[in-house]
Each structure stands twice: as C-alpha cells, then as structure tokens.
Ligand binder design. Sequence first.
Ligand SMILES: Cc1cc2nc3c(=O)[nH]c(=O)nc-3n(C[C@H](O)[C@H](O)[C@H](O)COP(=O)(O)OP(=O)(O)OC[C@H]3O[C@@H](n4cnc5c(N)ncnc54)[C@H](O)[C@@H]3O)c2cc1C
Ligand code: SF4
Ligand code: SF4
Ligand code: SF4
Length: 400
Amino acid sequence: MIEIKNKSDCCGCAACAGICPKNNIEMREDSEGFRYPQIIAENCVNCGLCERVCPILNSKDGIIFEQEGYIVQNKEQKILRESTAGGAFTAIANYALRKNGVVFGAELSVDLEVRHVYIETEAELSRFRNSKYVQSFVGGDIYRQAKTFLDQERTVCFSGTPCQIEGLKNYLGKDYLNLITVDVVCRAVPSPLIFRKYIGYQEHKLADKIKSMRFRDKHYGYKYSTMSVIFDRNQDNYHKGVESDPWLRAFFSNICDRPSCHSCHFRKSYRNSDFTIWDCFHVGRFSKELDNDKGATRMLVHTVNGKEIFKSVCSDFLYTKVEPEIIIAGVVEMKESVKPNEKREEFFLDAGWMSDTQLFEKYFPKTIRVKAEYMVRMACYKLGIYAVVKKIFVRISHKY
Ligand SMILES: Cc1cc2nc3c(=O)[nH]c(=O)nc-3n(C[C@H](O)[C@H](O)[C@H](O)COP(=O)(O)OP(=O)(O)OC[C@H]3O[C@@H](n4cnc5c(N)ncnc54)[C@H](O)[C@@H]3O)c2cc1C
Ligand code: SF4
Ligand code: SF4
Ligand code: SF4
C-alpha cells in the first residue's frame, strides 16, 4: 500500500487511484490545495499495484531514440490565436480525431476548475488549447476511460504534464500502437486552492462574475501574452501580463507550486511520450518564414509513431526542422527543477486565514515599479515596438 512520507514524492498523477482493484484510493486536497492519495487501510488487500504504477517510485529514464526537432506554427489563424504558442497540440489532436479517435487534455471548466476530460469532436478541441497554469485534476477514472477506448482499438491522444503521461503509461502497463502521448515542458504547477483565491480576488476587485479566463492570451500578441479574464458583462475585459497580474506573478515566482515540482523526476530531454512541446519565443533565430509575434511551438518527436504522425500533420504547419540538441539548448526548465520561493511557507500560512484580496495585495502589491513596467509595456505595444524592445531586453538581460 502506498504511503506518502514526503509530499515531494507525490506528483498527484492519480495512477495509483486508477489501478486500485478495490477502488480504495481517493485523491483528496491537503491544506495547500494539492491532491494526494488517501487510502482506507482496512479495505486494502495489499496487492501492491498502487506502488507498482507510481511514476515517482518507479522513476524511468526516457527512451533513447533518434529524435527529431521542429519549430512549428499552425497555418490556421484561429487555432494559432487561441493556442499558447504555435498550435502544435491541435494538429496532433486532430490527427487522432480524424481517425475517429478521442483526445484527453486539460480544460478550464465552466465552474473555473482545471481538470482533465476527453472530447471526441474537433469543435471541442478549443477547450484544451492554451496552457492553464494550475494543477489539473486527474482522478483514477481518466486512466480507466483512456484504457477502455484503447482496448476498443480507438486512437487515443493523451496530453498533459510529463508526470501525468508517465502515470498513464505505468497504469496501462503495456504499449498501445493506437496511443499518442503529448507532454509539455513543465516548469511547475500551482495550487488549485490558491487559484480559487485568485478568482475570488478578481471577482471582488471588479465586482463581477468571471465567465472565462485565458492564462496565456495573445490579446497583445505572443511576445506580451497576458492573463485575460472575461467577465459576464462582456466588456472592459481584463488583460495583464507577467509584470502586473497577480496570478502570473505567483506562477513565475514559484510561491505556490506543488512540492514535487521542486525536485521533479520528469525533467529530461529523452521522454516516454511521442511528442514534447513548449514555447519558442525567439523564432527569428531559427526561421525567417515563421511570424515572430503570432506564436511558435518547439517540438521534440521521440518515437517512430511520432515521426509518422508528424509526416501526416506537417502540412498544417509552417515549420522548420532543427537539430534536437540545438532546439533544447538553454531550456533550463527541461532539465532543472525550479527553486521554491523563500516565502512559500509563509504564503500558505497566510492563505489559511487572509481574505483573497489581503493575500494577493500582501505578496503581489501594485508598487510604483509594477505600475511603471505595465505602462512602459503598454506604450511599447501601442507604438508597435514591443517585439523590438523585448528582443533588445532579452539580449542584454538573458531573461524572457
Ligand atoms: C503547467 C504548464 C507549465 C508549462 N511550463 C512551460 C515552461 O516552463 N516552458 C515552456 O517553454 N513551456 C511551458 N509550458 C508549455 C507551453 O505553455 C505550451 O503549452 C506549449 O508551448 C504548447 O503550446 P501549443 O500552442 O502547441 O499548444 P496549446 O494549444 O496551447 O496546448 C495546450 C496543451 O497543454 C495541455 N495543458 C494545458 N494546461 C494544462 C495543465 N494545467 N496540466 C496539464 N496539461 C495542460 C492541454 O491539454 C494541451 O495539450 C507549460 C505548460 C503547462 C500546462
Ligand atoms: S495495495 Fe492494492 S488494494 Fe491496497 S491500496 Fe494499493 S492498489 Fe489498493
Ligand atoms: S501514483 Fe501518482 S498520485 Fe499515486 S502516489 Fe504515486 S505520484 Fe502520487
Ligand atoms: S514540474 Fe514535474 S512534478 Fe511538477 S507537474 Fe510538472 S512534470 Fe509534474
């Protein structure tokens, strides 16, 4: 029976909950808002399956393979606009749907919870587009559903964080030719509890109900992507970038990440997925053909199946082939875990008693510096020089 002695040793993938033959494992939130397996000891038959599928207890190296690297930009402008980066994920997912398949991914539900679900039509794919910077809820059911479809010989495309993909693979316990896996380069996942507090903070501040949100909106272009909050009144929506939006500031300051993300077992360039996708902010270094400010995805293809699929979908993209070692050069989050913010503990203690507004105003105040940076960014955007100024800034500071 699995026992979590150290919270860093559980990424919350729920593979154990999926495999338990007694349905005896429930994923429950702790005081920080992260889910961990809860087992009723008296119902356990000590079969050991939960331990056998745990991707942390059974940490694996990626499969060494002659990888291919690409930088891609979806030709379909609507898809490109809605995607975080270059819309690579949609093209791969569409491949599965065209084969009467099923696609699993993370959506932001109407009640503003990030969770894994599956869809079967192209029209529903937009629910998965755009990164949601919150840990998505996966229960054991999601793996059982995927297995059912695979056993029915339907093509299944499963997307998620690397730990979710390894959890799925361990749960399945064998290779399926009809499975396509897509993982992201993943810096960390923040707490769903703190995200609910952010929703409360925004609704209180703007005195309105939130209808929807996009964590990486291209409202001002890819180079200045924003948290966008869409309110019921459908006007004066909110678009703020990493310098001033409290959620993006929280995410990039690593103040409310899951503990396992700070010693992540899944950071590697060889993976157990078919595709790894992530951002490409400096596309001009690789190609003059791809638009610099519409978004581009870096992609590593890790398997024979992945290569075949890429051949089939590459006409959906403008793309350029790049050697794998060049495409991953300098991608720190692929290899090294982010460090926790030194105020993490204090932040969660305060989250236990402060109001939503007090919490975000204490840790992410709107200082003169924050306001000034926002104004400078907006001025550059309005003058049409944002991309140029950012390029110079990145050259000087080596920061994105
Ligand atoms: C939590 C998280 C952290 C990331 N960290 C980095 C990083 O440090 N550096 C970097 O370059 N890129 C990072 N990415 C990846 C990046 O943001 C883009 O997702 C990627 O570039 C692909 O973009 P796209 O336009 O091709 O696909 P999109 O259409 O944007 O596809 C989004 C995909 O991500 C999945 N997804 C969305 N939210 C979640 C979630 N919460 N949990 C699991 N799966 C999710 C969806 O199911 C879908 O498959 C991260 C993504 C996530 C979700
Ligand atoms: S040992 Fe078997 S029965 Fe017990 S919790 Fe784990 S999977 Fe369930
Ligand atoms: S299988 Fe996943 S959820 Fe279960 S203990 Fe291991 S890491 Fe945690
Ligand atoms: S950083 Fe690692 S442990 Fe955390 S969600 Fe991403 S893959 Fe999982």
